[in-house]
Design a protein around this ligand. Structure first.
Ligand SMILES: C[S@@+](CC[C@H](N)C(=O)[O-])C[C@H]1O[C@@H](n2cnc3c(N)ncnc32)[C@H](O)[C@@H]1O
Length: 222
C-alpha cells in the first residue's frame, strides 16, 4: 500500500468511508472547543478535509490547515470546504507529514485521524510535529485498532451514533475491520513500530490510550 491515496481511490474514499466519520470529526471539533484551544491547528493526512471543516465550524478563533501528500485529496478538501461555507477559514496544502512547511514553534494543535498507519517513517513525522508545535502545544493522533473486540467495535459505533450511516450490517463491517487497511494491532502502538518511534522521538510527554475501535496518541511539547 503506497503512503498517499491518489485519484481515483481518493474519490472513492471521499464518498465512502470518510463521509460516515463526519460525526466523529464533529466530536473532535467540540472537544477542541471545550478545551478552549484556538490559534493555528493542523490536520496531518487530512484526506477530504472534513475534520478541518468541522473544526472551522466549531472553533471561532482558529486558523485551520490540512496537509496531505495526495494532490487529488487536497482538491477534494478544498471543494468540501467551499461547499460547507468555510473556504476562507481553512487552508489545504499538498505537503508530507515529514516536511509540513510550517514555521518552528508556530502551531497550537496538531490533529490526525487514520493516517499514522500510512507513515513509512513515523519517527520523522513525530519529530516534524515536535518542530512545528509551540511549547505547551499538543498533538492528538487517532488511528484504528484492528484487534479491538466485537463488543468494543459495536460500542464505538453506538458512541459515535453512526449505526444508520453504515450501509452494511455492523457484523459485516466488524469482521472486515480486522482485515482492511484501517490501523494496526494494539501492540504496534504501544511496543511495536509506532510505540518505539514515539519513545525515540523528541517528545518527552505522551500518552497512548485504547478507545474502543481507535487508539489515541497524545503528544505534548514541554
Ligand atoms: C486513511 S486516509 C485518512 C484521511 C482522513 N484523515 C480521515 O480520517 O478520513 C490517510 C490520508 O493520509 C495521507 N497520507 C499518507 N501518508 C502521508 C504522509 N506521509 N504525509 C501526508 N499525508 C499522508 C493519504 O494521502 C490519505 O489521504
Amino acid at each position: 500500500m503506497p503512503e498517499k491515496i491518489p485519484w481515483p481511490f481518493s474519490r472513492l474514499f471521499d464518498r465512502y468511508p470518510n463521509r460516515i466519520f463526519t460525526k466523529w470529526f464533529q466530536r473532535i471539533a467540540v472537544d477542541i472547543k471545550n478545551r478552549a484551544i484556538s490559534g493555528n491547528i493542523v490536520d496531518i493526512g487530512t484526506g477530504p478535509g472534513r475534520l478541518p471543516v468541522e473544526i472551522a465550524k466549531q472553533v471561532e478563533n482558529a486558523k485551520v490547515f490540512g496537509v496531505d501528500m495526495s494532490e487529488d485529496m487536497i482538491k477534494i478538501a478544498r471543494e468540501n470546504a467551499e461547499k460547507a461555507g468555510v473556504g476562507n477559514r481553512v487552508e489545504f496544502r499538498v505537503r508530507s507529514a515529514y516536511d509540513t512547511g510550517f514555521e518552528n514553534n508556530s502551531i497550537d494543535l496538531v490533529i490526525s485521524t487514520g493516517t499514522v498507519h500510512h507513515l513509512s517513517k513515523p519517527l520523522n513525522a513525530f519529530n516534524e510535529i515536535y518542530r512545528i508545535l509551540k511549547h505547551g502545544g499538543e498533538a492528538w493522533l487517532f488511528d484504528g485498532r484492528k484487534d479491538c473486540t466485537k463488543a468494543e467495535f459495536e460500542e464505538t459505533v453506538r458512541r459515535l451514533g453512526i449505526e444508520k450511516d453504515i450501509p452494511l450490517p455492523i457484523s459485516v463491517i466488524e469482521r472486515l475491520w480486522s482485515k482492511i487497511h484501517v490501523g494496526y494491532k494494539t501492540e504496534v502502538f504501544y511496543s511495536g513500530k509506532i510505540g518505539k518511534a514515539i519513545r525515540e522521538s523528541l517528545f518527552e510527554k505522551y500518552a497512548i490510550t485504547a478507545q474502543g475501535a481507535f487508539i489515541r496518541i497524545e503528544l505534548r511539547k514541554s
